[in-house]
Design a protein around this ligand. Structure first.
Ligand code: CDP
Ligand code: ZN
Length: 207
Protein backbone atom coordinates (compact mmCIF):
# COMPACT_ATOMS: atom_id res chain seq x y z
CA UNK A 1 0.00 0.00 0.00
CA UNK A 2 2.74 2.44 0.98
CA UNK A 3 4.70 1.68 -2.17
CA UNK A 4 1.61 2.08 -4.34
CA UNK A 5 0.92 5.53 -2.94
CA UNK A 6 4.61 6.53 -3.28
CA UNK A 7 4.52 5.39 -6.93
CA UNK A 8 1.75 7.84 -7.60
CA UNK A 9 3.76 10.80 -6.30
CA UNK A 10 5.49 13.07 -8.79
CA UNK A 11 9.00 12.40 -7.39
CA UNK A 12 8.66 8.79 -8.54
CA UNK A 13 6.48 9.17 -11.58
CA UNK A 14 8.51 11.70 -13.55
CA UNK A 15 12.14 12.50 -14.33
CA UNK A 16 15.08 10.21 -15.20
CA UNK A 17 16.25 9.71 -11.58
CA UNK A 18 12.83 8.52 -10.48
CA UNK A 19 13.17 4.77 -11.23
CA UNK A 20 16.46 4.59 -9.31
CA UNK A 21 15.00 6.44 -6.33
CA UNK A 22 11.92 4.25 -6.39
CA UNK A 23 14.06 1.10 -6.44
CA UNK A 24 15.98 2.42 -3.43
CA UNK A 25 12.73 2.96 -1.48
CA UNK A 26 11.54 -0.52 -2.54
CA UNK A 27 14.77 -2.11 -1.26
CA UNK A 28 14.53 -0.20 2.05
CA UNK A 29 10.90 -1.20 2.56
CA UNK A 30 11.66 -4.84 1.76
CA UNK A 31 14.57 -4.88 4.22
CA UNK A 32 12.43 -3.21 6.91
CA UNK A 33 9.63 -5.70 6.44
CA UNK A 34 12.10 -8.64 6.71
CA UNK A 35 13.40 -7.19 10.00
CA UNK A 36 9.85 -6.54 11.27
CA UNK A 37 8.63 -10.04 10.49
CA UNK A 38 11.76 -11.61 12.02
CA UNK A 39 11.12 -9.64 15.22
CA UNK A 40 7.47 -10.62 15.25
CA UNK A 41 8.28 -14.32 14.85
CA UNK A 42 10.78 -14.69 17.70
CA UNK A 43 11.73 -12.36 20.54
CA UNK A 44 15.31 -13.29 21.41
CA UNK A 45 16.15 -14.39 24.95
CA UNK A 46 19.40 -12.48 25.19
CA UNK A 47 22.13 -13.73 27.54
CA UNK A 48 23.12 -10.12 28.29
CA UNK A 49 21.13 -6.91 28.14
CA UNK A 50 22.58 -3.39 28.26
CA UNK A 51 20.60 -0.34 29.39
CA UNK A 52 21.24 3.37 29.58
CA UNK A 53 19.64 5.91 31.93
CA UNK A 54 19.77 9.69 32.11
CA UNK A 55 18.03 12.19 34.37
CA UNK A 56 18.29 15.85 35.29
CA UNK A 57 16.56 17.97 37.94
CA UNK A 58 16.45 21.67 38.65
CA UNK A 59 18.14 22.68 41.89
CA UNK A 60 16.22 25.07 44.13
CA UNK A 61 16.28 26.31 47.69
CA UNK A 62 13.79 24.76 50.09
CA UNK A 63 14.28 21.17 48.90
CA UNK A 64 16.38 18.40 50.44
CA UNK A 65 19.18 16.99 48.30
CA UNK A 66 18.76 13.22 48.22
CA UNK A 67 21.14 11.16 46.10
CA UNK A 68 21.00 7.38 46.11
CA UNK A 69 18.66 7.54 49.08
CA UNK A 70 21.25 9.48 51.14
CA UNK A 71 20.57 12.98 52.52
CA UNK A 72 23.40 15.21 51.31
CA UNK A 73 23.87 18.45 53.25
CA UNK A 74 23.54 21.33 50.77
CA UNK A 75 21.89 24.73 50.36
CA UNK A 76 19.65 23.47 47.52
CA UNK A 77 17.80 20.31 46.55
CA UNK A 78 16.04 18.82 43.54
CA UNK A 79 12.68 20.16 42.45
CA UNK A 80 10.50 17.16 41.65
CA UNK A 81 7.12 15.54 42.10
CA UNK A 82 8.81 12.71 44.04
CA UNK A 83 11.81 13.10 46.35
CA UNK A 84 13.85 14.05 43.25
CA UNK A 85 16.55 11.42 43.66
CA UNK A 86 18.36 11.89 40.37
CA UNK A 87 20.55 8.81 40.81
CA UNK A 88 17.73 6.39 41.64
CA UNK A 89 15.65 7.73 38.73
CA UNK A 90 18.59 7.23 36.36
CA UNK A 91 19.28 3.68 37.52
CA UNK A 92 15.57 2.81 37.34
CA UNK A 93 15.49 3.95 33.71
CA UNK A 94 18.71 2.10 32.89
CA UNK A 95 17.24 -1.20 34.14
CA UNK A 96 13.89 -0.57 32.43
CA UNK A 97 15.81 0.31 29.27
CA UNK A 98 17.81 -2.94 29.40
CA UNK A 99 14.52 -4.85 29.67
CA UNK A 100 12.98 -2.83 26.78
CA UNK A 101 10.17 -1.72 29.09
CA UNK A 102 8.42 1.71 29.28
CA UNK A 103 10.36 4.39 31.15
CA UNK A 104 9.98 5.61 34.75
CA UNK A 105 7.63 8.45 33.78
CA UNK A 106 5.30 6.02 32.03
CA UNK A 107 5.26 3.55 34.92
CA UNK A 108 4.96 6.25 37.61
CA UNK A 109 3.40 9.38 36.00
CA UNK A 110 4.25 12.64 37.78
CA UNK A 111 0.61 13.68 37.26
CA UNK A 112 -0.46 10.92 39.66
CA UNK A 113 -0.90 12.34 43.20
CA UNK A 114 0.07 8.89 44.51
CA UNK A 115 3.74 9.66 43.74
CA UNK A 116 3.82 13.16 45.26
CA UNK A 117 6.86 13.29 47.55
CA UNK A 118 7.36 9.53 47.06
CA UNK A 119 10.67 7.94 48.00
CA UNK A 120 12.39 6.96 44.79
CA UNK A 121 13.51 3.57 46.08
CA UNK A 122 9.90 2.49 45.37
CA UNK A 123 10.52 3.07 41.64
CA UNK A 124 13.87 1.31 41.64
CA UNK A 125 12.54 -1.67 43.60
CA UNK A 126 9.79 -2.09 41.01
CA UNK A 127 12.41 -2.09 38.22
CA UNK A 128 14.38 -4.73 40.15
CA UNK A 129 11.20 -6.80 40.57
CA UNK A 130 10.57 -6.62 36.82
CA UNK A 131 14.20 -7.58 36.15
CA UNK A 132 13.78 -10.66 38.34
CA UNK A 133 10.43 -11.50 36.75
CA UNK A 134 12.01 -11.34 33.26
CA UNK A 135 14.76 -13.73 34.39
CA UNK A 136 17.75 -11.40 34.80
CA UNK A 137 20.18 -10.37 37.54
CA UNK A 138 22.40 -7.31 37.71
CA UNK A 139 25.76 -7.82 36.03
CA UNK A 140 27.25 -4.42 36.79
CA UNK A 141 26.19 -0.79 37.00
CA UNK A 142 28.26 2.31 36.28
CA UNK A 143 26.89 5.75 37.23
CA UNK A 144 28.13 9.30 36.72
CA UNK A 145 26.53 12.10 38.74
CA UNK A 146 27.07 15.60 37.34
CA UNK A 147 27.05 18.24 40.07
CA UNK A 148 29.08 21.42 40.25
CA UNK A 149 28.45 21.38 44.01
CA UNK A 150 28.43 19.87 46.56
CA UNK A 151 31.53 17.71 46.57
CA UNK A 152 30.21 14.16 46.50
CA UNK A 153 33.37 12.15 47.14
CA UNK A 154 32.81 12.11 50.95
CA UNK A 155 29.37 10.53 50.34
CA UNK A 156 30.22 8.09 47.56
CA UNK A 157 30.66 5.02 49.75
CA UNK A 158 27.37 5.66 51.58
CA UNK A 159 25.59 6.18 48.27
CA UNK A 160 27.14 3.06 46.77
CA UNK A 161 26.26 0.87 49.76
CA UNK A 162 22.68 2.14 49.94
CA UNK A 163 22.15 1.80 46.18
CA UNK A 164 23.57 -1.75 46.27
CA UNK A 165 21.21 -2.64 49.12
CA UNK A 166 18.18 -1.35 47.17
CA UNK A 167 19.34 -3.34 44.14
CA UNK A 168 20.02 -6.44 46.23
CA UNK A 169 23.48 -6.46 44.64
CA UNK A 170 27.04 -6.73 45.89
CA UNK A 171 28.67 -3.25 46.07
CA UNK A 172 31.58 -4.59 44.01
CA UNK A 173 29.39 -4.45 40.87
CA UNK A 174 28.07 -0.92 41.57
CA UNK A 175 30.21 2.10 40.68
CA UNK A 176 29.50 5.74 41.50
CA UNK A 177 31.45 8.51 39.81
CA UNK A 178 31.00 12.27 40.15
CA UNK A 179 31.92 15.12 37.83
CA UNK A 180 31.55 18.87 37.86
CA UNK A 181 30.32 20.56 34.67
CA UNK A 182 33.25 22.97 34.54
CA UNK A 183 30.95 25.85 35.57
CA UNK A 184 29.17 25.89 32.21
CA UNK A 185 25.47 25.48 31.37
CA UNK A 186 22.76 24.87 33.97
CA UNK A 187 24.70 21.97 35.51
CA UNK A 188 27.86 24.02 35.91
CA UNK A 189 25.95 27.08 37.11
CA UNK A 190 24.43 25.02 39.97
CA UNK A 191 20.92 25.34 38.55
CA UNK A 192 20.60 21.62 37.94
CA UNK A 193 22.04 18.23 38.74
CA UNK A 194 22.25 15.36 36.28
CA UNK A 195 23.14 11.72 36.12
CA UNK A 196 23.98 9.06 33.55
CA UNK A 197 24.16 5.30 34.07
CA UNK A 198 24.77 2.16 32.08
CA UNK A 199 23.79 -1.24 33.32
CA UNK A 200 24.43 -4.78 32.16
CA UNK A 201 21.98 -7.51 33.09
CA UNK A 202 22.82 -11.23 32.90
CA UNK A 203 20.27 -13.93 32.25
CA UNK A 204 19.84 -15.95 35.46
CA UNK A 205 20.67 -19.33 33.94
CA UNK A 206 24.21 -18.24 32.96
CA UNK A 207 24.93 -15.81 35.83
O1 CDP B 1 39.13 16.73 36.48
P1 CDP B 1 37.88 16.48 35.67
O2 CDP B 1 37.45 17.63 34.85
O3 CDP B 1 37.89 15.16 34.95
O4 CDP B 1 36.73 16.25 36.77
P2 CDP B 1 36.02 17.35 37.69
O5 CDP B 1 34.64 17.53 37.19
O6 CDP B 1 36.86 18.56 37.86
O7 CDP B 1 35.97 16.56 39.05
C1 CDP B 1 37.17 16.14 39.67
C2 CDP B 1 36.87 15.07 40.70
O8 CDP B 1 36.12 15.62 41.79
C3 CDP B 1 36.02 13.95 40.16
O9 CDP B 1 36.79 12.96 39.56
C4 CDP B 1 35.27 13.47 41.38
O10 CDP B 1 36.00 12.47 42.02
C5 CDP B 1 35.20 14.69 42.28
N1 CDP B 1 33.85 15.30 42.32
C6 CDP B 1 33.08 15.16 43.44
O11 CDP B 1 33.47 14.49 44.38
N2 CDP B 1 31.87 15.75 43.52
C7 CDP B 1 31.38 16.48 42.51
N3 CDP B 1 30.17 17.06 42.65
C8 CDP B 1 32.14 16.63 41.34
C9 CDP B 1 33.39 16.04 41.27
ZN1 ZN C 1 14.23 12.36 38.17
Amino acid sequence: MALQSLRGRSAFSSGRAAPKAFARVQRTCRAASVVASATAVKAPSLPYRVGHGFDLHRLAEGYKLIIGGIDIPHTKGCEAHSDGDVLLHTVTDAILGALCLPDIGQLFPDTDPKWKGARSDIFLKEAVRLMDEKGYVLGNLDCTIIAQKPKLSPHKENIRNNLSAILGADPSVVNIKAKTHEKVDSLGEERSIGCHAVVMLIRKDIA
